[in-house]
Design a protein around this ligand. Structure first.
Ligand SMILES: Nc1ncnc2c1ncn2[C@@H]1O[C@H](COP(=O)(O)OP(=O)(O)O)[C@@H](O)[C@H]1O
Ligand SMILES: O=c1ccn([C@@H]2O[C@H](COP(=O)(O)OP(=O)(O)O)[C@@H](O)[C@H]2O)c(=O)[nH]1
Length: 300
């Protein structure tokens, strides 16, 4: 609850700041023009010499005009100063505070099953079977990131590559946007049921996704001993061509999983939204557990 309010508070706090940025330049301008006006009217000197009477007269008229303008400028500055003394806190409780971002889709439009588990647990393998039997659209966050990494002209290519190799989480903005694009285009094509695989791996991703795209229906969590995952990954590494299926990267990925991703599973578990399946058995056995666990909740 607390966390979910943070982005909207940030949004609100930006409101008074943007007002300030409108007022600040006028404050500065006001002071500059006021002091210039004063120096013109008090010292009618051009290039160090006194001006003629005619010029004095014209300058006197100009002086009055400039003085009026100066007073106006000072007045604006004073208003601006008064305004800035108001603490931005006042806006937090105003009517704007309720203006929270709406997700792009409702749960009725789109159903999202997050699929989580350690690296090599078998998420992708099980998702492929669910797609075949139940017509889900499978969106692997890792696959989307690898595609973006290889996309010609992508500004994120190098950054994604480094994160994947080091087993770190790519900044959420990139991944959430890729998922949003994929869900939107699939939705337009008439698809409504999504398996979002390998995501969210970090709390910020979980919160942003649910606030901006759609609240998840459930999380399918594959529980697997690290030893089993290691064997599977090293085996996969022989043919996958992935830059992170090597022992050094795998160790880092395991660390990231424990420290950063497990808290996400716990977060959804507290909401009774986690379906846990053990996956230390052959593929088909695991799949049987998956379908049994999902029946009546996600599939019929
Ligand atoms: N139940 C299983 N038993 C044995 N090997 C498996 C099982 N599930 C997946 N694998 C193999 O383990 C590797 C990792 O599986 P994958 O589905 O790619 O995992 P993840 O998507 O969780 O990283 C793959 O080579 C896959 O063929
Ligand atoms: O939301 C995500 C999903 C994946 N990744 C990166 O992609 C890598 C591979 O993830 P994938 O799900 O493809 O493979 P897994 O580690 O589950 O085998 C991860 O280690 C991360 O570096 C990420 O940054 N954010």
């Amino acid at each position: 609850m607390l966390r979910s309010t943070i982005p909207s508070l940030k949004l609100l706090l930006r409101f008074p700041y943007s007002q300030k940025s409108v007022f600040r330049p006028s404050l500065t301008k006001g002071l500059i023009s006021a002091s210039r006006i004063q120096s013109y009217s008090q010292k009618p000197v051009v290039n160090g010499a006194s001006t003629s009477g005619k010029q004095d007269g014209r300058n006197g008229g100009k002086g009055k005009l400039l003085l009026i303008l100066g007073l106006l400028a000072l007045g604006t500055s004073a208003i601006s100063l008064t305004y800035q003394k108001n603490p931005p806190v006042a806006f937090e409780e105003g009517p704007v505070a309720v203006a929270k971002k709406q997700p792009a889709f409702s749960k009725e439009d789109v159903s999202v099953l997050f699929v989580l588990g350690g690296p090599g647990a078998g998420k992708g393998t099980q998702c492929a079977k669910l797609v075949q039997d139940y017509g889900f659209v499978h969106l692997s966050a890792g696959d989307l990131l690898r595609a973006e990494q290889n996309r010609e002209g992508s500004q994120y290519g190098e950054m994604i590559k480094k994160c994947i190799r080091d087993g770190e989480i790519v900044p959420q903005e990139v991944t959430v946007q890729l998922l949003k694009n994929a869900i939107t285009s699939n939705f337009k094509a008439g698809n409504k049921k999504f398996l979002v695989d390998g995501f969210p791996r970090k709390m910020d991703q979980a919160i942003t996704f649910e606030e901006e795209i759609v609240p998840s229906t459930m999380t399918l969590f594959f529980d697997c001993p690290e030893k089993v995952m290691l064997e599977r990954l090293l085996q996969r590494g022989k043919t996958s061509g992935r830059i992170d299926d090597n022992i050094e990267s795998i160790k880092k990925r395991f660390n990231t999983f424990v420290e950063t991703s497990v808290p996400v599973v716990e977060y959804f578990d507290k909401q009774n939204k986690v379906i846990k399946v053990s996956c230390d058995q052959p593929v088909d056995e695991v799949y049987q557990h998956v379908t049994e666990a999902l029946k009546g909740k996600i599939i019929n």
